[in-house]
Unconditional design. Structure first.
Length: 268
């Protein structure tokens, strides 16, 4: 980390000695780099779409899995499986095939008379395919939600039922408030993961971030500067800016937690 911090203040291309340039890398990034701006916009869009959708989907599946049924252990394992393949190149390649012009998704849409778009090549839809992939890999937050649900005392929901509360009322008045510490943990962790996403964008776009930079994740742009242009000093500065962005988001989430996270043992 210390070497990376030092390199961020230098001009270094792996083939010659590092030359100290002070804050020039940071100044160029923040004031004169349109690809930096584009990568930030794409990454923020990805984070703001994928994280809430993944958490909502994970919570919904966890609620379904939180019951005593024969074979439930198998279903839980099956639901968790996609998360084991989260960084898999093979899954990204499969996703690229599924959402190709002649892929399975468009073939299914054609069966009901809908002409699907070219998901990968159309900049209006390309980012959505990456969001869909992120949502599909919901296993890790689902398992954590499930553990939280199993720790909620059954007598609380039973008391709410006796008072006449229906399923939705019990969920929003009892289950969700007691689950907010788990929601908070998952929100922080999944936000960090989303900001660092790289493989889907690299594989599905062929490393270009296309079409027209619509899938240019921040990490992919950093990779391009480091390993395509060999501008290690600039890439190191990009990496430290990403650290600052993630730290800021995490700090804001912690500050906001005082308003919506309920800790039963503290009475708030």
């Amino acid at each position: 980390m210390l070497i990376s911090a030092y390199l961020s203040f230098t001009e270094y291309d792996l083939f010659s000695n590092a030359r100290w340039v002070g804050l020039d890398n940071y100044r160029t990034i923040l004031t004169d780099d349109p690809k930096f701006v584009q990568s930030v916009q794409v990454t923020f869009g990805y984070v703001l779409l994928s994280v809430p959708l993944r958490l909502a989907f994970a919570l919904g599946i966890a609620l379904l899995m939180n019951r005593a049924m024969r074979g439930m252990a198998f279903y839980r394992s099956a639901m968790y499986l996609p998360s084991l393949l989260a960084g898999s190149v093979g899954v990204a390649l499969l996703w690229r095939q599924l959402f190709g012009r002649e892929g399975a998704v468009n073939q299914l849409l054609a069966l009901v008379g809908i002409q699907g778009p070219n998901w990968i090549a159309d900049p209006d839809y390309s980012l959505l395919t990456l969001v869909a992939l992120a949502v599909w890999q919901f296993g890790s937050p689902m398992i954590i939600f499930l553990a939280g649900l199993r720790n909620i005392p059954a007598e609380l929901t039973e008391a709410a039922s006796i008072d006449g509360a229906g399923p939705l009322r019990r969920f929003f008045s009892v289950t969700l408030p007691l689950l907010t510490p788990i929601v908070f943990f998952n929100l922080v962790m999944q936000t960090i993961v989303a900001f660092q996403a790289f493989t889907p964008s690299f594989i599905i776009s062929g490393g270009s971030g296309g079409p027209v930079e619509s899938t240019l994740f921040y990490t992919l742009y950093l990779y391009q500067r480091a390993f395509a242009e060999y501008d290690m000093g600039y890439a190191s500065a990009l990496a430290w800016i990403l650290v600052a962005i993630i730290a800021t988001f995490t700090a804001l989430t912690f500050l906001s937690a005082r308003r919506w996270v309920f800790y039963a043992d503290e009475g708030r």
